[in-house]
Design a protein around this ligand. Structure first.
Ligand code: KIV
Ligand code: NA
Length: 277
């Protein structure tokens, strides 16, 4: 299938066609994602937790994100791919925001970038949009500011905080966002936002009433072991498959069952000529 464009995502919202979206960080996973017919890939800064084993996303650098975005693009040349602006790559100034967003397009061939926050990052959203880059907003549970939220906690559970989220959603659309991701908020709030906005609104842990779903590949494949958020549906147990394979290999080596004649290169000259080597 041809790679989608931002126009396709707007059209899908109009037609009520749901978008299937997943994170990926490496070449093989990106290949499998493309083969599976996914609409979109996020090279999330969640790579800090899923791939690098950090406790949070704050230590992730632009270099990490660019490098993984390049790997993903090589694996999925025909999937719409979004780079994720890491902590402190856009908060500091509009200039930093534009320069770093531009790197995803220029150096990693991404189709769009995502950044966290509502009204407080509208200047950055405007600046990046002005530079000609598609921006996706991200509100609700925003991991880069989890310190302020008091942890990885669901948001918008009360009327007052839900109202603030809705104001943020409207503000980022007005600032130029072409997509919005809502994380870990009640479906009622998500539905209100998706109806209110013209741009596509996607959910991670924010329920069904919106234009598509995102999951973290490490969660849905059963590879990420630190914790599993309530909103994850696990589709496979890849960790179990890998551990079992590694265990069998260890045993085979120790017991001399591997390698066998099937796994070696056989000499082509008569054996005795090798005696005098
Ligand atoms: O980095 C990421 O994968 C994300 C999701 C948690 C939404 O931003
Ligand atoms: Na992220």
């Amino acid at each position: 299938a041809d790679k989608k464009s931002i126009l396709d995502f707007h059209e899908m919202k109009e037609k009520g066609e749901k978008v299937a979206w997943i994170t990926a960080y490496d070449f093989p996973t990106a290949q499998f994602v493309e083969k599976a017919g996914m609409d979109m890939i996020l090279v999330g800064d969640s790579l800090g937790m899923v791939v690098k084993g950090y406790q949070g996303t704050e230590p992730v650098t632009m270099e990490d994100c660019i490098s993984h975005s390049q790997d993903v693009r090589r694996g999925a040349p025909n999937v719409y791919c979004m780079g994720d602006l890491p902590f402190m790559s856009y908060q500091t100034s509009c200039e930093d925001a534009v320069r770093n967003a531009g790197r995803f397009i220029k150096e990693a061939d991404m189709d769009a970038v995502k950044l966290e926050g509502g009204r407080r990052v509208c200047d950055q959203i405007e600046a990046i949009t002005e530079a000609g880059i598609v921006v996706c907003g991200h509100i609700g549970l925003t991991p880069q500011s989890s310190g302020q939220l008091g942890g990885f906690k669901a948001q918008g559970l009360h009327v007052e905080s839900a109202r603030e989220l809705i104001k943020d959603a409207i503000a980022v659309e007005e600032a130029g966002c072409e997509m919005l991701l809502v994380e870990a908020v009640p479906p009622k709030v998500t539905g209100f936002i998706a109806d209110k906005l013209d741009i596509p609104v996607y959910s991670i842990g924010a329920g069904k009433p919106c234009d598509g779903q995102l999951l973290i590949c490490g969660d849905m494949l059963g590879m990420f072991q630190a914790f599993t958020p309530k909103f994850v549906k696990q589709y496979a147990s890849v960790a179990e498959v890998e551990i079992q394979a590694f265990e069998e290999y260890v045993e085979d080596v120790k017991e001399g069952r591997f390698p066998t004649d099937d796994h070696v290169y056989n000499i082509q000259d008569p054996e005795d000529e090798f005696e005098e080597m």
